[in-house]
Design a protein around this ligand. Sequence first.
Ligand SMILES: [Fe+2]
Length: 193
Amino acid sequence: MNIVDRIYDLFAEFGGQDYGEDVSQRDHALQCACLAQRDGAPDTIVAAALLHDIGQFIDCAGAQAEMSGTDGYHEQRGGALLRPYFPSSVIAPIVMHVDAKRYLCAREPGYREALSAASELSLRLQGGPFTPEEAGAFEKNIHFHDAIQVRRYDDAGKMKDMVVSPLESYRDLLTRLAAQGADHTGQEAASDK
Ligand SMILES: [Fe+2]
């Protein structure tokens, strides 16, 4: 099975799950991708926004925080699934979107206070806000700005009544990016924990 079909199968099986924010996992992904498109973001960012939480569908990682009070490392699971098929410009913001939250909690006044209850719970399981040293190192990653951008869509893509494009409308974009293949660099690998 090719990776794009695999992605669609995962959404078909698990996309209806509750995201914990009054929207389903599918709606959250579609809202994030739609916000990226409205921003005029490049295809790589649109794809990252759409797929940033796909690791939640693997081995029940998404439910792990609520069920057992541990971190499911969904950003790593998603990165591992997609890394062999997509360029680093797609993979890095996915792998880094949790750290982007930890960074913004450390560096942006009011950011943490505005997090939803679910995001606050997962923040604590994910290690809490970055230290100043960790934040400084994160800023130096070549994918820093892309990771922050996807995080902004992640935080905003939790609306109750947002009109979005259907999942199928992203098939050509994902197929094009998968055709480019993997191009992984030391910087992208360095962003992994
Ligand atoms: Fe998300």
